[in-house]
Ligand binder design. Structure first.
Ligand code: UDP
Length: 330
């Protein structure tokens, strides 16, 4: 039995690879086109297939060669504003290529899929915290591109007998506590990444996108989940499926929201650095608040977070950003 990790050289995928290896899960094979990931993010004992997870011939060959029984599917484009300006690119990458991957998996008899879905499927949620059974209503192409893949998986599971867990991520942040991986994309747009860059001076300032939202301080509220905790959620999902468990769709968050302004304050405190913050207009496609109702994953999979602490998340992100800055100077 071997696990294929699509997008395993990327931010969350590389933490999944570490989690699989740390747990002694046997062979781990990564397929990644290295468009945003890095080969150096992978430990040496991992097989990297450099290519497109939507290339059925390559995926089929990889499944056969390594005896893949489960796929953890991370490879995707993930920047909400980019999905607004390039919707068809997002539907190609996230939906059309996922269809090709799932079809190859079904044909080759792969038993299980763990899918990186997103809280963006809820759109501007009618209820906060958001339970999994709230009707989905994505408000941007990114969320729609992911929701369509959830639907494909559900339908393919019914028709073809594979089982899957779709994990709806809230805002993923932080880095491996042992410093082995982190968010390495140079032009990443995610708040904690950008704020740590501003604190370290690799970015001149930070913009707050919108201070007129209907929230206590006017900036958006998000539920930040630490990346190794999220990788652990995939591990317990894999064990669940391999043990014969049913398909599930589960929120991955801590169930608590922080505003953009609160996050900035924590980054300033933890780093001990002040930096320029500009108040800017809203960014297209941003819901005002997304916070998980987070108990189902605990009940169904027995997942227990170990790193539920914003200051700790920020300090890991700072350490990783600092290491990256040094690496880039070499
Ligand atoms: N955000 C911000 N400035 C930035 C990056 C993000 O104000 O430089 C805000 C963004 O508008 C949203 C929140 O931070 O309200 C989280 O955005 P992020 O891109 O990190 O994740 P998303 O929620 O879009 O997946």
């Amino acid at each position: 039995m071997a696990v294929l990790v699509t997008g395993g050289a990327g931010y969350i995928g590389s933490h999944m690879v570490l989690a699989l290896l740390d747990a002694g899960h046997g062979e781990v094979v990564v397929i990644d086109d290295l468009s945003t990931g890095f080969a150096w993010a992978l430990p040496p004992d991992v097989t990297l297939v450099r290519g497109d997870m939507g290339d059925q011939a390559l995926v089929t060959e990889t499944i056969r060669r390594h005896g893949i029984d489960a796929i953890a599917h991370f490879a995707a484009k993930i920047v909400v504003p980019d999905s607004v300006s390039d919707p068809l690119g997002y539907y190609l990458n996230n939906t059309v290529k996922s269809r090709a991957l799932i079809e190859a998996a079904v044909r080759e008899g792969v038993r299980h899929v763990i899918f990186s879905s997103t809280a963006a499927v809820y759109g501007e949620p009618a209820q906060v915290p958001v339970p999994e059974d709230l009707p989905t209503n994505p408000i941007n192409p990114y969320g729609r591109s992911k929701l369509m893949t959830e639907w494909m998986l559900a339908d393919a599971a019914k028709a073809h007998g594979l089982t899957y867990v779709a994990l709806r991520y809230f805002n993923v942040a932080g880095a491996d506590p042992r410093g082995r991986s982190g968010q390495s994309t140079p032009n990443a747009t995610h708040l904690i990444k950008v704020a740590t860059q501003a604190a370290l001076g690799t970015r001149s300032h930070l913009e707050v996108f919108g201070t007129d939202y209907p929230t206590p301080d006017g900036s958006c509220l998000r539920d930040y989940i630490q990346v190794s905790d999220l990788a652990d959620a995939h591990l317990v999902a894999l064990n669940h499926l391999r043990g014969g468990g049913e398909s599930l769709t589960l929120n991955c968050g801590y169930g608590r929201g922080y505003s953009v302004l609160e996050v900035i304050q924590v980054v300033k405190e933890v780093s001990g650095r002040d930096f320029e913050v500009r108040l800017s207009p809203r960014r297209p496609g941003d819901p005002s608040q997304i916070i998980a109702q987070a108990d189902r994953i605990r009940e169904r999979l027995g997942w227990r977070p170990k790193h539920d602490d914003l200051r700790g998340i920020v300090s890991q992100a700072l350490a990783w950003e600092d290491a990256l800055a040094r690496r880039n100077q070499i």
